[in-house]
Design a binder for this molecule. Structure first.
Ligand code: HAM
Length: 432
């Protein structure tokens, strides 16, 4: 085919063999997310999908892979450098500052859903355009907020009936913690520098903490006896982390500590966390986040801390499908009308319009050839009932109404037709 979708992208469709691409599954996931956000009192923010490149470079950190290798960057017609957003946090912070949202003296709890863009090597669970649901809370330093965000992520997975997930936490402390730790880590790794992987060698100078993230087995082996960041926490950071752990236990949220969890973005302080599923292969992170105490200030905003997470909607759906969790039935018309003559079609066309105006999901076959064929179409689209208007029906002025599941069939007087259908529909929906 001449025109193909670019690599790493995909369509979300009404029909697809790959189940995670099915629109009804996305709509279900979105509905669960919206209810969750309501229950935790988070308000939605929608920001544009591109921003000035500097925002992301500043926001996620110059040395991160996301800013240095994965940005989709282009010059607009005035030759200003713009980039598609690789994540949501930087944009939410920009918007918070620019719109002075702090002046509203509200709780500053925000959520977002939308496409993000990263130019990375596509593979299962990794796309160049992917969707995130994320939240950010601004202005609160207390460990309760870290735990509220973690609980919200865990609760989302619980509501979706996901199993066998693991919550991993760590603390990256404050700037001093990381400065001291980096020094110790570099000292430890220096004698073995030549044994490090190519990526880790690069990170040695630029961003040594990311070496802890390496998936290479040789790096992993070297790191076994490396100093641990938790031994370098300042008193304040230690106290914060202890409280986070204690609160997680109080809320009966199971976790494991992984001192190598550093996350791929440079803005984190103190708590970082990730939820992983072993059923996802190498791209096993369903969601992750943490605290960022200096990001707003570094973007010339108020000196306020923040904490949040984002989760990948494709990976969530893929895990749900793998685990065969509940999905609601696909929405389908309540009634499919099958007229077989021109006169019947005119009558049916008006009836269809009227039923739709009464909010009854209705469709019509405008080119019925054989009734059996049209019934096949009704079956395919999942219609619950059909209404046949053939020659006999037009002469007797009685339509044939049939429930496709129970096979129950009745002849309904034209005079009574709308009331009959409305009764059936609203009874079914429990609205009568
Ligand atoms: P992140 O860990 O880079 O964090 O992304 C969050 C989630 O997005 C990942 O756990 C994964 O499920 C999904 N994800 C990331 N990249 C891809 C991809 N290429 N294809 C499919 N899914 C992907 C952030 O983005 C931070 N902004 C989270 C945050 C919010 N921290 C504080 N507030």
């Amino acid at each position: 085919m001449e025109y193909q979708i670019p690599k790493g992208l995909y369509d979300i469709l009404p029909f697809s063999k790959e189940e995670f691409k099915l629109i009804d599954k996305w709509q279900y996931l979105e509905s669960v997310i919206f209810k969750l956000a309501e229950d935790y009192n988070y308000e939605e923010i929608r920001t544009p999908i591109f921003e000035k490149t500097e925002l992301f470079v500043r926001g996620v950190g110059e040395t991160s892979d996301i800013a240095s290798k994965e940005l989709y960057t282009f010059l607009d017609k005035a030759k200003r450098s713009m980039s598609l957003r690789p994540e949501g946090t930087a944009s939410i912070m920009r918007s918070f500052i620019e719109n002075s949202l702090n002046q509203h003296k509200k709780l500053n709890k925000f959520f977002y859903i939308g496409p993000m863009f990263r130019y990375d090597r596509p593979q299962a669970g990794r796309y160049r355009q992917f969707y995130q649901f994320g939240i950010e809370v601004i202005g609160k330093k207390s460990p309760e907020i870290d735990v509220e965000t973690i609980d919200m992520l865990i609760n989302l997975f619980k509501r979706l009936e996901l199993k066998n997930l693991k919550l991993i936490i760590n603390s990256l402390g404050d700037a001093d913690t990381r400065k001291n730790y980096k020094k110790a880590l570099l000292e430890y790794l220096k004698p073995s520098f030549e044994k490090l992987s190519k990526d880790s060698k690069e990170r040695f100078e630029k961003n040594p903490l990311r070496i802890l993230d390496s998936k290479e087995s040789s790096d992993k082996e070297l790191l076994i006896n490396a100093p641990k960041i938790l031994d370098f926490l300042s008193d304040e950071a230690k106290d914060h982390f202890e409280k986070v752990k204690d609160l997680l236990e109080k809320l009966s949220i199971e976790y494991v500590i992984d001192t190598n969890l550093v996350r791929g973005l440079d803005y984190y302080d103190d708590t970082v966390f990730e939820v992983v599923s072993h059923e996802l292969g190498s791209q096993n992170s369903l969601g992750g986040g943490g605290r960022f105490n200096t990001l707003l200030k570094s973007l010339n905003g108020p000196d306020l801390p923040g904490v949040g997470f984002a989760c990948g909607m494709e990976r969530i759906l893929q895990t749900m499908i793998k685990q065969e969790v509940y999905f609601p039935q696909k929405k389908a018309p309540f009634l499919f009308i099958i007229p077989t003559t021109d006169k019947a079609k005119e009558f049916a066309f008006i009836l269809t319009k009227e039923l739709r105006h009464h909010k009854i999901p209705t469709d019509i076959d405008l080119d019925t050839k054989k009734i059996q064929k049209s019934i096949g179409v009704a079956d395919k689209i999942g219609a619950e009932n059909i209404l046949i208007l053939a020659e006999d029906e037009m002469t007797s002025k009685k339509a044939t109404y049939k429930n496709l599941k129970t096979r129950e069939q009745v002849a309904v007087d034209f005079d009574n037709l709308k009331t009959f259908i409305k009764d059936k529909y609203y009874k079914l929906k429990g609205k009568l």
